[in-house]
Design a protein around this ligand. Structure first.
Ligand code: SF4
Ligand code: SF4
Length: 102
């Protein structure tokens, strides 16, 4: 494994859990936002204990180790880009996440 994933803490994943179907339902505060996300600090309040589903490196070792790590990272980064686009659209009121303001 050469390079590690860099999270810029945009929050686009933690603020849009409903984008992942039911996968993160156990973290959803009822509005699609993670109940462990601190909006002011833009941080996970349980970072050290966050679920495996929220861990990019551990997720690779657990579920995706049969593909090259760089390929996995490209997929993760593309997912982040899509989530950021979706978040920007939601904030502009363009229908992201059913049009609600995030
Ligand atoms: S969308 Fe990606 S970059 Fe943004 S907080 Fe989530 S993991 Fe980090
Ligand atoms: S547990 Fe932490 S990293 Fe996972 S979605 Fe919630 S705030 Fe984000």
């Amino acid at each position: 494994m050469t390079r590690r994933f860099h999270c810029d803490r945009c929050g686009a994943c933690c603020l849009q859990l409903s984008r992942f179907g039911d996968l993160y339902a156990f973290l959803d505060d009822g509005s699609g936002v993670c109940r462990h996300y601190d909006r002011e600090k833009r941080a996970c309040t349980i970072y050290a204990q966050r679920p495996l589903l929220c861990r990019v490196e551990d997720g690779y070792r657990t579920w995706f180790a049969d593909i090259p790590y760089e390929r996995y990272l490209r997929g993760v980064r593309e997912g982040c880009r899509q989530l950021r686009r979706s978040l920007r659209a939601a904030r502009r009121g363009e229908g992201g996440d059913s049009g609600k303001q995030i």
